[in-house]
Design a binder for this molecule. Structure first.
Ligand code: GU7
Length: 282
């Protein structure tokens, strides 16, 4: 059998984690770069470090702590991932999504994905929040699909339909909540494209990605969304636009990770309000 996730191993990690907390989460939330403050909204928290979990990959990126936070958020049982795994860290694509499979084994049925992303759509501004309506899995369509390799039908089907990956009802609910929070002016809805990273895009690459129809670009999220759908979960995603990609040579500016984290800190409170109210109303 080709390398890939072991159903028995994932189930055993899930059982181990549930033995470390009294909580039984139904909603999982993955915190993007600099967006870990969401975990501060978890009440009655039980924290499990990735280093405490056998064979769990370790996040190596600044702004991505490696811990799971079980608890309640606005009365709902949740588990947050502070620190996601990225393909650019050198993990096989399937391994970057082991945490998603483990959260399913812990009982979640809905996965909320947050990320920091670069704006490709010139109507966007830094600080906007984009509801992910669809994605373009650039690594996936060029041969590095997260479901490549052996498939265990106990996880999900060999050939997955991804036409309906992102939940429309949660998108509608989020727009309504954003209106009540006075955030409508910064809300967008568009297509997220994943690049492998870790380099930020060239001008020519940004132009190519925009011409593909993408509104925002990042280096994560898509494999997690696919794996969550593979296991029959509901999926919803939000991108915080942390910088605008350079589409013209004369105004090109070099994006930095520090800039990404700083933009995350500036919008963190609004994103926390939005996500926690979404959880409350789900
Ligand atoms: N132009 C641009 N802006 C971005 N802001 C966040 N990301 C997602 C990648 N985040 C990395 C580096 O910050 C950390 O995972 C990107 C990106 O890929 N491109």
């Amino acid at each position: 059998m080709c390398e890939g996730p072991s159903f028995e191993h994932v189930q055993s990690i899930g059982e181990l984690l549930l033995g470390k907390t009294k909580h039984r989460p139904t909603i999982g939330i993955i915190c993007g770069s600099g967006l870990g403050g969401l975990a501060d909204m978890v009440e009655d928290a039980n924290v499990v470090l990735y280093s405490e979990i056998p064979s769990f990959p370790i996040s190596t990126v600044p702004g991505h702590m490696g811990k799971l936070v079980f608890g309640t958020m606005k009365g709902k049982q949740v588990v947050l991932m502070r620190g996601r795994l990225h393909y650019y860290e050198g993990y096989p694509m399937w391994k970057t999504t082991i945490p998603v499979r483990v959260l399913k084994a812990c009982g979640i049925s809905t996965l909320i994905l947050t990320n920091a992303a670069g704006g490709l759509n010139s109507d966007y501004s830094v600080g906007d929040i984009m509801i992910i309506k669809d994605h373009i899995d650039l690594p996936g369509i060029s041969g590095e699909c997260v479901l490549r390799g052996g498939n265990d039908e106990r996880f999900g089907p060999r050939f997955l339909a991804t036409v309906d990956t992102y939940d429309k009802e949660l998108a509608t609910l989020t727009k309504s909540i954003a209106g009540k929070l006075g955030l409508s002016d910064i809300m967008r809805e568009g297509t997220y494209i994943m690049i492998g990273g870790p380099t930020f895009e060239t001008v020519a690459e940004s132009r190519l990605l925009r011409n593909f129809g993408a509104d925002a670009v990042g280096m994560s999220t898509v494999p997690e969304a696919i794996v969550a759908r593979h296991m029959g979960m509901k999926v919803f995603g939000l991108s915080l636009i942390t910088d605008m990609c350079s589409l013209q040579y004369d105004v090109a500016s070099a994006t930095t990770h520090e800039q990404v984290l700083a933009a995350g800190r500036k919008r963190a409170k609004d994103l926390q309000e939005l996500v926690s109210n979404l959880v409350q109303n789900m």
